[in-house]
Ligand binder design. Structure first.
Ligand code: ADP
Ligand code: MG
Length: 218
């Protein structure tokens, strides 16, 4: 019996949307992650073990080979940056966009002087720095860990860089989208060294996930 392939999964939305997909191809967990306190879960086929961790930790586990595969949002992947990772597949769920937004009141005023040096609150300092540097806009980045929508309302920042889906949360906080930075969805990533080993079990699990995505009607 082969050692199971370890798949690091971001808990929350990604895990919830990945599970029904995995169940269709024998990669569903034997125990429910909702009720089990275990952080690693064996799967029905025994070919993989699921490791459920914070999204931001998924690229790290995969980069260092602690997990051969990972499922994580493109937002988290871009923020993490390169490093011994291969992006194998767009899984097509957890779709949203990373956007720049500002208060409606300021968008209406549109004062160019005010825009010379922006203060931007975000959970994504690396993506934000790259984005504004590429545009030649001076930006002071304020790192937050959640509830970015609050920052402009509280006078902490001029703008935010955050995820938006329908824009409902932005609108509810009197914010409007200024521009879209990138389209986001869940991605399958792999450790580069593990891929190069061309291990049969790893390739089988990747194939299973690919089949699951196709069965999902894509
Ligand atoms: P957390 O906010 O605790 O990091 P979430 O489950 O809210 O966890 O988000 C995890 C991932 O799901 C994000 O990194 C992103 O890729 C995706 N995501 C977040 N918000 C949305 C959304 N509104 N619509 C679709 N996907 C989203
Ligand atoms: Mg969230």
């Amino acid at each position: 019996m082969n050692v199971p392939v370890k798949i690091a999964l971001a808990k929350g939305r990604i895990l919830e949307e990945a599970l029904p997909l995995f169940e269709r191809v024998g990669l569903g967990p034997i125990e429910s992650p909702a009720t089990s306190r275990k952080l690693t879960l064996n799967t029905e086929s025994g070919k993989a073990r699921l490791v459920v961790i914070r999204g931001a930790d998924v690229p790290t586990y995969v980069q260092f080979g602690a997990a051969q595969l990972g499922i994580v949002g493109k937002d988290v992947l871009l923020e993490h940056g390169g490093g011994d990772l291969a992006e194998l597949l767009d899984l097509g769920f957890a779709t949203c966009r990373l956007v720049v937004a500002e208060p409606v009141s300021i968008a209406e005023r549109d004062d160019p002087v005010y825009r010379q040096r922006l203060r931007i609150a975000t959970k994504y300092p690396n993506i934000t720095r790259r984005h504004f540097a590429a545009k030649g806009v001076q930006a002071q980045i304020i790192k937050l860990y959640g509830s970015m929508e609050l920052a402009p309302l509280m006078g902490l920042s001029d703008r935010i860089v955050d995820l938006a889906d329908t824009g409902g949360t932005l609108a509810a906080n009197d914010l409007v989208e200024v521009e879209s930075i990138v389209d986001v969805s869940a991605r399958l990533i792999a450790n580069l060294a593990a891929l190069r080993m061309q291990s049969g079990p790893l390739e089988q699990v990747i194939q299973s996930i690919q089949n699951a995505v196709h069965k999902n009607g894509r």
